[in-house]
Design a protein around this ligand. Structure first.
Ligand code: OXD
Ligand code: MN
Length: 598
């Protein structure tokens, strides 16, 4: 049944239906009744399993294809008329070639299936941050996830009216063949096409595809920023809440940090954490020249392995109900388990590959067979988060007082340092690097450069993106201070030096004091670092020796690091903003004490 008066939308849906040839078209209205029906149909088709409703009310389980468990970055393209617009860090295809290739894959791909029309909003409808989209998909799993991650259904059609602008998102699982998978972005047409996958980041098109890749392109055009950042409020004993935005690459603990539990000494003092978002921030300058941020999503799509009541009790409370568990172990009692769960390993179950599983199993090569995939996920409504900030609902967003960049670095990067000014901070973001994790296909542990944690998500030339950051800073009344953190440094025995998790608040509290100008800091070649006495270590037993290890600048590591940075920047040729190279030279001089050519 058609339920729109939007002529362009109707025309597009019909065109796409002609291409994909579904048996049926269903316009989603977002109602509870519709949800029940989807679950029933998904159950019948074997796409969804309803979990134990006593223990996990409203919860569902889904297993993706074994070759389809993470974002496939090598199959993700930015399709602009000019190759330079996509830049050297994106895969590029011309729109003509991309549409042609994908059309062949979409052709008849929905035969025997239903095409669901999912109108969705990122950001609150009516707010100046809001962007509308419509996703056409043949996956019930996608529809059920979109219900959690976005505002979807009737309200959105109403907001679209008869001629509202929207991102055209087309998705088909097709035959889930990795050889025939493409994730295509057409920023110049405000269009996304994704075919051959059923994994979250590739198919929940409001998330990475719209809210980061397309939105970063729109942000540049319209004067705002779409970033891969969590947003959190930190309440100090005085009751003052300060909001920070933090960019970390995928699976580096953004969800954990966004809802950390303060260590006992901080809790006693009255510190509280308020979660605004765990993955994406849209940032805009207000009339006063302050930077304000919203989380455009309405849910979390978080990593499960390692999540338990010690590492993230708030996430555990969040996904107790109305959640979708993907690629975890399905137990006989229809509950779920993953490595690092509170409960001891069950004696049996069906693992993420759909195999009968027992603890201690090994494959032919003698490697342990995992119960859950390392990138297995939960999808949960944000409103179920015990630490949800009431400011999450403010259509004008929260004022950002500090920006934090971080990576997962075994060596090289110290626990924390502060950039002396905005351009230096942009350089700090531009030189972020991290070890690869299970969230993307590739070699685990390999270090890759990941500026602002946006390397997989920037929808345009990153040289222009750095410039956009620099220019936005110039428009701010008083730009937020920029910091870099590394929770993951290891000692000579390969052990983490810093305890991480809740204890990260000790560092955040220093960041707040620096942002409000309450305390001074020490100079270091990388930037400003804390005086040891300015961080409260009560209950941690942190020695001066450990502190020195956390802040050590190893010259040979930095020689290697600076070469790696330079090689990365060389990719951009003359497009790279001069300021980035100037900061690079200055840092080189500060570390090695000499003038060197860059
Ligand atoms: C995510 C990711 O799913 O970054 O958030 O991969
Ligand atoms: Mn992410």
């Amino acid at each position: 049944m058609n339920s729109t008066n939007h002529i362009e939308l109707e025309k597009w849906v019909n065109e796409m239906a002609q291409l994909c040839q579904p048996d049926k078209i269903v316009w989603c209205n977002g109602s509870e009744r519709e949800k029940k029906q989807l679950i029933q149909e998904g159950n019948a088709a074997g796409e969804i399993v309803e979990l134990n409703q006593k223990k996990l009310p409203g919860c569902l389980f889904h297993r993706t294809h074994q070759n389809d468990v993470a974002r496939t970055e090598h199959l993700t393209f930015i399709c602009t008329n000019k190759k330079e617009a996509a830049g050297p860090t994106n895969n590029w295809m011309s729109p003509k070639e991309a549409y042609e290739k994908a059309k062949a894959l979409f052709n008849g791909s929905m035969k025997g299936r239903t095409m669901y029309v999912v109108p969705f909003a990122m950001g609150q409808i009516g707010s100046k941050f809001c962007k509308l989209g419509v996703e056409l998909t043949d996956s019930i799993y996608v529809v059920l996830n979109m219900r959690i991650m976005t505002t979807m259904g009737k309200k959105v059609l109403k907001a679209l009216g008869t001629n509202g602008e929207f991102t055209k998102c087309l998705h088909s699982k097709a035959d889930l063949n990795i050889e025939r998978r493409l994730i295509l972005h057409f920023p110049e047409d405000n269009t996304i096409w994704s075919v051959g996958s059923g994994y979250g980041g590739n198919v929940l098109l409001g998330k990475k595809c719209l809210a980061l890749r397309i939105a970063s392109h729109l942000g540049r055009k319209e004067g705002w920023m779409a970033e891969h950042m969590l947003i959190m409020g930190i309440e100090e004993p005085s009751g003052k809440v300060t909001y920070v935005a933090a960019a970390f690459p995928s699976a580096c603990g953004k969800t954990n940090l966004a809802m950390i539990v303060p260590p006992p000494v901080f809790e006693k003092k009255g510190y509280k954490i308020w979660t605004v978002g765990d993955d994406i921030a849209w940032l805009k300058l207000d009339e006063e020249g302050d930077l304000r941020a919203v989380n455009p999503e309405t849910g979390f799509f978080g990593v499960l392995p390692g999540t338990n009541s010690k590492t993230n009790p708030n996430a555990m409370a969040t996904f107790k109900k109305n959640s979708i568990f993907t690629n975890v172990l399905l137990k006989k009692d229809k509950t779920v388990w993953w490595e690092g769960h509170d409960d001891p390993s069950p004696q049996e179950g069906t693992n993420w590959q759909g195999m009968d599983w027992k603890p201690g199993m090994t494959d032919l090569a003698g490697k342990p067979v995992l119960a859950a995939h390392p990138n297995s996920r939960f999808t949960s409504p944000i409103t179920q988060c015990p630490t949800l900030s009431k400011e999450y609902f403010d259509p004008n967003g929260v004022k950002i007082s500090a920006i934090i960049f971080g990576g997962r670095r075994n060596h090289t990067a110290p626990l924390v340092f502060e950039a002396r000014n905005w351009p230096e901070g942009v350089y700090v973001g531009a030189t972020m690097a991290s070890e690869l994790t299970a969230a993307q296909m590739g070699k685990l542990g390999e270090v890759r450069r990941d500026p602002m944690a946006m390397i997989p998500f920037c929808g345009y030339n990153m040289a222009d993106y750095f410039n956009h950051w620099l220019e936005t800073g110039k428009k701010m009344k008083s730009p937020p201070k920029i910091f870099h953190v590394n929770w993951f440094r290891r000692d000579e025995n390969g052990k983490f030096i810093w305890p991480g998790y809740g204890d990260n608040l000790r560092v955040l509290s220093w960041i707040l004091k620096r942002s409000s100008g309450e305390i001074s800091a020490e100079d270091s070649p990388l930037g400003l670092i804390p005086k040891m006495e300015d961080i409260d270590f009560t209950g941690l037993n942190l020695t001066r020796e450990t502190w020195n290890k956390l802040f050590d600048i190893n010259q040979s590591e930095w020689e290697h690091e600076m070469t790696d940075r330079k090689n990365f920047f060389n990719k951009f040729g003359s497009d790279l903003p001069a300021s980035i190279l100037e900061e690079h030279t200055k840092l080189q001089e500060r570390i090695f004490g000499q003038t060197v050519s860059v």
